[in-house]
Design a protein around this ligand. Structure first.
Ligand code: NAD
Length: 370
């Protein structure tokens, strides 16, 4: 279905209640703000292994909600409301509590909870298969039990792995190159099998490219507890002086400046994509759709460094290191299916991503975990 609107969430009107796993994480917190602003009530379930409880209050504040109880907030008019539950997606009991926490039926789930460090996944593969795959199976069983069969799942461009296609469309072969990416591809397979069982599941698999940036308020952002490995947080740490330099993995790629090219997108554009995806599912029939969420435009590592240097006014020393196994020269989305199906298009440019991301990492909230 094609919608004629742009990404704007529209006026706040009462909408159904949704559950977001991993709801206090980087992408979850931004998605929660966007969904609350467009009227959905939310239960956030998060184990807090990579985020903090305080994020709940900040989401509430950004969405203009008032405290209403223990980890519970609501708008002055009574709706929407927000509940935060500390729980693990591998626990059927925690999920039962989440589905029954509020009197409203949960109409759909946005499943973001999981572990996401590519490097760590090679060292601790069992943790990744357990959190990502076992966690997803436990969640899907809980959804069946509570008669909720509408799901937006956060997959990753990492599932394409060594695919050489540029730009990458959803029909490109999946060639994941590390345990993290293989867990995402495995969950996608499970979801395909579930859709084929013809029990009325409505599923949207979103393959994110490289989300960066933050809410412009500087109140929520990426909050890694472990030392970050993604490029943007590393660059911010170099810019704020908590890390000496950044390693650029390869300067001999077949790209204009020799460094790797990636499709960076603003986390708020990604959040808008989730809002449109869940709405399309709630209004649609049984389906399984895979959608790339990216800008369709590539930026090199050196472009990103130059942009952040300009925005922050700080020097970001870089050293060239050997290429890493499994990396590709260029990974850029063909986002045309998301535009055709959802009417979604990334609107924010690289400078805005760097400005908002830097505002977060240089704020007291953002650097509290350095
Ligand atoms: N950030 C990226 O670059 C990126 C790219 C592609 C895909 N993704 C996927 O998007 C999702 C969200 O990523 P993010 O960047 O917001 O990460 P994040 O770590 O900030 O958020 C994930 C949240 O899930 C929680 N969590 C982890 N294991 C859990 C469990 N077993 N039960 C309940 N909660 C648990 C963490 O505490 C955290 O708050 C992940 O599934 C990730 O793989 C992220």
């Amino acid at each position: 279905m094609t919608h004629s609107h742009d990404n704007a969430p529209g006026p706040r009107q009462a909408k159904p209640a949704l559950l977001i796993t991993g709801g206090t994480g980087f992408i979850g917190s931004h998605t929660a703000v966007v969904l609350l602003e467009s009227g959905y009530s939310l239960v956030l379930v998060d184990s807090l292994i990579n985020s903090t409880r305080e994020v709940g209050a900040r989401i509430a504040q950004l969405a203009d909600l008032e405290p209403w109880g223990d980890h519970l907030w609501r708008h002055a008019s009574g709706s929407p409301w927000l509940a935060l539950l500390q729980g693990d997606v591998r626990s059927a009991r925690d999920l039962d509590r989440a589905f029954s926490l509020m009197p409203n039926r949960i109409a759909g789930v946005i499943h973001l909870a999981g572990l996401k460090s590519v490097g760590e996944s090679s060292d601790e593969p069992l943790n990744y298969w357990d959190a990502n795959v076992s966690g997803s199976i436990t969640l899907l069983r809980a959804m069946e039990k509570h008669d909720c069969k509408t799901l937006v799942f956060s997959s990753s461009a990492a599932v394409y792995g060594e695919t050489q296609e540029v730009p990458i469309s959803e029909s490109a072969p999946l060639r994941p190159t590390n345990p993290y990416a293989r867990t995402k591809a495995a969950i996608e397979q499970i979801l395909q099998d579930l859709a084929a069982s013809r029990k009325g599941w409505r599923i949207s698999i979103l393959r994110y490219f490289n989300p960066i940036g933050a809410h412009p308020s500087g109140m929520i952002g990426e909050h890694p507890r472990m030392p970050p490995t993604n490029l943007f947080p590393v660059l911010c740490q170099v810019a704020n002086g908590s890390r000496e330099r950044v390693e650029v993995f390869g300067d001999d790629w077949p790209t204009p400046d020799g460094s790797g090219v990636r499709d960076y997108l603003h986390v708020l554009d990604l959040a808008d994509g989730h809002a449109l995806a869940i709405r399309a599912l709630l209004e649609g029939n049984a389906q399984l759709t895979q959608l790339n969420l990216g800008t369709g435009r590539g930026w090199s590592v050196l472009d990103l460094i130059a942009c952040l240097e300009k925005i922050s006014g700080r020097a970001i020393p870089a050293v060239i290191a050997p290429r890493r196994a499994g990396d590709v020269a260029v990974s850029v989305a063909d986002p045309s299916r998301a535009q055709a199906v959802l009417g979604w298009k990334a609107r924010r440019g690289l400078e805005e991503m760097c400005r908002d991301g830097w505002a977060w990492f240089s704020s007291s909230h953002g650097c509290s975990h350095d």
